[in-house]
Write a protein that binds this ligand. Structure first.
Ligand SMILES: Cc1cc2nc3c(=O)[nH]c(=O)nc-3n(C[C@H](O)[C@H](O)[C@H](O)COP(=O)(O)O)c2cc1C
Length: 177
């Protein structure tokens, strides 16, 4: 199975990327394409710029989605919503193909240092990603990242770890059947 994985962040110390990497350890027999949104840097979307054509990176983002079987991602939350970096890639790509996620099964996650774990961006994505072709199979938000996650060993809290593992297993069952 080909997995496209990404964090909705361009931070070099992204905690969402750490969460994605932790989850990917459970997919060691699969082909993983962990992309970095920094490689999809584009001008801020505008309808005027769009008239001059689409950046290659927008096409590339859609292509990496086309080439995968499933998507595993974790969204960073800025001011209760998507980061500007993710939103920009999303906006450009949606103008080429509104079904950005191309009906691929998705494990959708979020984390933040706060107690809601990026729950606002999660709620937005959970509500609206399906309109953009995401087939969301499971969701998981990790609150208080710096208390609940160790960079070496991953999720620390036993209950949260149990919940995450359950969702990973459920995701696997749903995408392999
Ligand atoms: C501009 C800005 C706005 C933020 N807004 C929120 C927010 O609304 N909710 C939240 O939980 N954390 C917020 N944070 C904290 C981020 O969750 C934190 O920086 C986290 O590390 C971002 O994820 P990343 O490390 O994967 O980029 C904000 C951070 C920045 C820089």
């Amino acid at each position: 199975m080909k997995i496209l994985a990404f964090a909705g962040s361009t931070s070099s110390t992204s905690i969402n990327r750490e969460l994605v990497k932790f989850v990917l350890k459970d997919f060691q027999n699969d082909e993983i394409n962990l992309i970095d949104l920094n490689d999809f840097d584009m001008p801020v979307f505008s309808v005027d710029r769009e008239k001059k054509g689409f950046p290659d990176a927008a096409h590339h983002f859609l292509k990496v989605i086309e080439d995968c079987h499933v998507i595993i991602c974790s969204l960073a939350e800025h001011n209760k919503s998507y980061t500007a970096a993710f939103k920009n890639v999303f906006d450009w790509a949606s103008r080429i193909n509104v079904k950005v996620f191309q009906n691929k099964p998705m494990l959708l996650m979020s984390t933040s240092p706060g107690g809601y774990g990026g729950g606002n961006v999660m709620n937005t994505a959970k509500t609206f990603f399906p309109q953009f072709g995401a087939d969301i199979k499971e969701t998981f938000s990790l609150p208080k990242f710096y208390e609940n996650f160790d960079l070496e060993s991953g999720v620390i809290d036993p209950e949260m770890l149990k919940e995450l593992k359950k969702k990973i297993e459920s995701f696997k069952v749903q995408v392999t059947n």
